[in-house]
Structure formats: C-alpha cells, structure tokens
Design a protein around this ligand. Structure first.
Ligand SMILES: C[S@@+](CC[C@H](N)C(=O)[O-])C[C@H]1O[C@@H](n2cnc3c(N)ncnc32)[C@H](O)[C@@H]1O
Length: 238
C-alpha cells in the first residue's frame, strides 16, 4: 500500500493552509475536527485514508461503489446523492469550511451513513485516493476562472483529468456541469489530450434528454433563474 506521506507531489500540487494551526478557529473549523470528525477530515487527516476509504472509513467491502464530488458547495447534491443511493459510498471535497460543514451536516441529518467530506484541494487528489480506488466523479459548477483569465486554475484540465482517470476504476464516469460556455469549450479541447471518451455532451442540459434525471444544485438554481443555459458532459473511463 502506498504511503501518502512519502509520495512525491505531482506538478499540479497546491499547498493549502493547515486547519490545526489557524491563528483563529471558528465554529466550522472546530466542528471539522470536533463534532463531525468521524465523517469530516481536514487536509492533514484526509490523506491518511488514501487506499482505505472503503475498508477503514466506511467499513465496507472492496466491491462497494465509492464516488467523489469535487466542490460540494453547501451540499444539496451531496446529501441528495448519498440518501438516494445508500448502496454507494460518497466522498466530497471542498476548500471552504462553512460549505464543507454544511455539506456533511446536511447528509448526516438526512440519515446518510455512506458519506464523508474533506477539506481538500482538487489539484491534490492523488494524495487522497489510490490508483483505481474511485468510481464516478461529479464536478458541478467549478469556479470558471474567466476573470481574471486564469485557465491554469480550472479543475477540468488535461493534467488533472489524466490523474483522475488513473484514480477511477474502469467503466466509471465523470460528470461535469458548468454555466460557463467559455470554460466548457476549453475543457472539451483539454479532454482530447486525455484517455477519456465523451459519452454524452450538450450545451443545454435542461433541453436535453438528461433533464428529467438531472438534480438541480444550489448554483444551478441561480443560473437557471438568470436564464443561463447549462453545459453538461459525461466522460467514460474505459
Ligand atoms: C460555484 S461553487 C458550486 C457548488 C456546488 N457544486 C453547486 O453546484 O452548487 C464551487 C465550489 O467549489 C469549491 N472549490 C473551488 N475550488 C476548489 C478546489 N480547488 N478544490 C475543492 N473545492 C473547490 C468552492 O469553495 C465552492 O464551494
């Protein structure tokens, strides 16, 4: 088993501040390592679960499905997904403390025992999961980084996609929704440099065949109210 602490860092790696040594703690930072510590992990405790999410965090068999949501926000999809699919396991990552705690609290309050949340940077995913540890990945409305124009910060980029591909089990899917047409078209070009295959793609999710099965996330509701068309794709990890 790989030891996350001794792994070389990928060129994408982003250092984030340590929760434990924050000069000022608040309700959310304290809850992360207190009330919710059994199901929420800060950036130091989270990678200790690498390769052991099923066996140690969820005490589940290796065959059990383990999905990931990147950027849970306040966790409406996160909690819905966990409750609707009790046979699947779900890990959510989020950078900000308040939405992170809202996400895990929402899931636990709804009765989910198959969900865990981490304060973690998406670019560091190879520190969090072992090769082929994951099934499906959900990326809903990631920050589009259009102003200022900094596409190197976008989550759906070729280098991170190649890493995510390696972390997924064959046959898994990656789901991506964004309000930003610019980001979406840019991502389609990035995907061509990865082993993923596009299984479904639309520039208007709510007018597509996928609209009935779609769960409207917190940010999606806002974009819909503004009349913005939602770009959506599904990738297959062969
Ligand atoms: C626009 S919100 C979307 C939230 C939610 N997915 C939704 O659809 O309502 C993007 C979220 O991703 C989080 N985020 C941004 N960059 C991240 C990163 N590098 N790693 C993890 N989370 C990130 C933000 O803190 C924010 O909560």
């Amino acid at each position: 088993m790989e030891n996350s602490m001794t792994l070389p860092l990928s060129p994408l790696y982003r250092r984030i501040n340590s929760t434990r040594t924050l000069p000022r703690q608040n309700f959310y930072t304290l809850a992360l390592n207190g009330e919710y510590a059994h199901r929420a992990f800060d950036e130091e405790r989270a990678p200790l679960n690498k390769g052991k999410w099923r066996s140690e965090v969820f005490q589940a068999e290796e065959a059990r499905v383990l999905d990931l949501e990147i950027g849970t926000g306040t966790g409406t999809f996160f909690a819905h997904q966990a409750i609707k699919n009790p046979e699947r396991l779900l890990v959510g990552i989020e950078l900000k403390y308040k939405p992170l705690i809202q996400s895990i609290r929402r899931a636990l309050t709804a009765g989910a025992n198959n969900a865990a949340a981490c304060r973690f940077h998406a670019f560091n995913l190879d520190q969090l999961f072992a090769t082929e540890e994951l099934n499906d990945i959900y990326i809903h409305f990631p920050d589009p980084w259009v102003t200022p124009r900094k596409p190197q910060n976008r989550t759906v980029n070729a280098e991170l996609l190649k890493i995510m591909h390696g972390l997924q089990r064959p046959g898994s899917r990656l789901y991506f929704k964004t309000d930003s047409r610019e980001y979406f078209l840019w991502a389609l070009e990035e995907i061509k440099r990865t082993p993923y295959e596009v299984a479904f793609m639309t520039l208007n999710l709510h007018q597509s065949e996928k609209s009935t099965e779609n769960f409207v996330t917190g940010f999606e509701r806002i974009f819909i109210s503004q009349g913005i068309e939602i770009n959506y794709l599904e990738l297959i990890r062969k």
